[in-house]
Design a protein around this ligand. Structure first.
Ligand SMILES: [Zn+2]
Ligand SMILES: [Zn+2]
Length: 337
């Protein structure tokens, strides 16, 4: 009779192998089969409105249903060349609007419209409304005054103490906070560097990482280089082992041609880059920053450009913006696609 024996090292290896396999899975994220990863799916449009070709015909806002409980709004370039993306995310108890747009807009009407339709769809009569921000730049807070005096809105200003309090971030910027919407909790990760108030929101339910102006197809303006490096490291660490379906920002400035951008001020962008990015882009940015060894440098990649800001760069940007707008504005009612 054959007697099976196992040496001690082999026995230990066999015992630990499943643990090691689990560790590897968590390192390389995530699920053993391409089975949807257990997240709530959503759809993104093949094309977004940008700002034309005819500004008379284009709606001021595009309301896109990612899924029944998450909506992405895009402001038209005919209103403001920044044409930011905003988000409306529903939990069971609360709904939040993320950012309030650029220029003279009517975001409170659009937010009410989305919430009213959602209530009708769900057969409900009310839900607590919130307004929060990705960061405090003018093109993300222009509609704030439409909400600050409304009694039915829980409004979170974009200063750091208010952000810490609202999301229970104990130490800025190294602690991670939470936003509980009822049956749906967003992780809130401080990522200053583009601005001093940047935060990213991770929605485990859909796997979306909302990253503000820190990573999108376009010019990644870096105001505080040192903080930006640390924040990118922090968000890389945070996302390690998590399901990230899309990284979504607030702008598109890149064309659909690799390495080619629309200059600042371009309000009509008929051949835009796709909106969504992946964790691969985040890792590309991370490795580029490591390679730059702390030296702020403008550096173009296929889908985005690292763009450190300084006084001369700001002057260059405002000159380009004016020239672009002066060239395009006279044609805004009848542009060539
Ligand atoms: Zn910004
Ligand atoms: Zn912005």
């Amino acid at each position: 009779m054959l007697k099976l024996t196992m040496t001690k090292p082999l026995f230990v290896f066999r015992m630990l192998a499943p643990v090691a396999a689990l560790c590897i899975l968590s390192l390389y994220s995530q699920v053993p089969q391409p089975n949807g990863a257990g997240v709530e799916p959503g759809v993104l449009p093949a094309k977004w409105i940008s700002g034309g070709p005819k500004c008379m015909e284009e709606p001021e806002w595009q309301i896109h249903e990612y899924n029944a409980d998450l909506y992405i709004l895009r402001e038209s370039g005919c209103t403001h060349y920044e044409k930011p993306f905003l988000y409306v995310i529903f939990g069971n108890d609360k709904v939040t609007l993320i950012d309030t747009g650029a220029g003279q807009n009517d975001i409170s009407r659009v937010y009410d419209l989305v919430v009213d339709k959602w209530l009708k769809r769900k057969g409900r009569t009310s839900i607590q409304k919130m307004v929060i921000h990705t960061h405090g730049h003018g093109d993300h807070i222009a509609g704030d005054s439409q909400f600050t005096n409304r009694k039915d809105i829980e409004f979170v200003p974009f200063d750091i103490p208010s952000i810490q309090k609202a999301f229970n971030i104990t130490t800025w910027p190294t602690s991670i906070g939470k936003l509980d919407l009822g049956g749906r909790t967003l992780d809130v990760v401080p990522i200053p560097g583009h601005h001093n108030t940047d935060v990213a929101f991770y929605d485990k339910r859909t796997g979306l990482l909302l990253i503000g102006d820190t990573l999108y197809p376009g010019r990644l303006y870096v105001t505080y280089w040192d903080q930006f490096e640390k924040s990118i490291q922090r968000i890389v660490d945070f996302t390690d082992g998590k399901i990230i379906t899309h990284i979504v920002g607030c702008h598109i400035e890149q064309t659909s041609t690799p390495y080619l951008e629309y200059p600042i001020g371009s309000f009509y962008q008929p051949s835009e880059h796709t909106f969504e990015m992946s964790r691969g882009h985040l890792l590309e940015l991370h490795s580029a920053l490591i390679g730059l060894k702390g030296k702020p440098t403008r550096l173009a990649f296929r889908d985005f450009t690292i763009w450190p800001l300084g006084p001369e760069v700001r002057t260059e940007m405002s000159t380009t913006r004016k020239a672009t707008e002066d060239r395009l504005r006279p044609k805004m009612w009848n542009q060539t696609p």
